[in-house]
Design a protein around this ligand. Sequence first.
Ligand code: FE2
Length: 111
Amino acid sequence: MEVYSEGEKAKNHKPIIECPDSVKAGEEFEVRVYVSGHPSRVDHFIGYLDVYFYEEGREFNPVKILRAEFAPEYVSPEVRFRMKLERSGTIFALTYCNKHGLWENSKRIEI
Ligand SMILES: [Fe+2]
């Protein structure tokens, strides 16, 4: 299976992850994940966005954090949520476009 992260279509398909580079263990912080500038039409839209966390030292990875599904026409693909961590790791985000497939990005967070 192909998962894309680069190329001409990356700029409006690849999820953008905004969160701190480092946080304190057990302290809540905000994460924003979104796609910028993509159409939201019935024939061409971002259908869903998944977020996972790969936690250092965990026996089985990754942990599924959330899935958001988006209706075309009405919403833009964006989620904001709060999380807290005990150990460093990497957030992975995936977005699915009904025309252009699955796109990924990731961001490391240090404790
Ligand atoms: Fe697309």
